[in-house]
Write a new protein. Sequence first.
Length: 173
Amino acid sequence: MYKKIINCCLILIFFSSCINNKVDENDIDNFILKYEFEDFSFFKDYRIIIRQKNFSETIYMISDSETNIDSVLYFVYVDNFSNKISQIKVGNDKNSKLFQALTDIKIKEIINKYKIYNFPYLSVNNDNSVSINPFFVDMNPYLLRLKTKSDEENIKKNYSVFKHYKNNWYIKD
């Protein structure tokens, strides 16, 4: 009996490890339909990432959207039971202009507004173009929504793994 259970568990582990991070096209289309015209300008210049999420706590990282993904301004811990920020820790990017401009009040404002969407990854640049991952925690952007046509050149330089999907949306290749 135990041997059958162990074999079943091993088979499940094997198959679950074979699943890659592919998203159904309908899910992508539904997401785009819902957020095609969403105004993310409140998050302009910020990158917010859900670093870790479990039953009791969610850890958000706030960064400057124009810096390396490893440059973190703040780690924000949210208690999922009370839905309140339990702790704010300073990250490793203390030289950023955004770091000096962010107060605890502004951080709380950003996180509270972000929790409405609660995407695992959202970054809005100076032009209000959006890079986003609505599907996977602790992953890089999966979709890009360009604000202007001139941003296409930026994709070719910085996001070579993205291809045109539809309208002003690009998808990770």
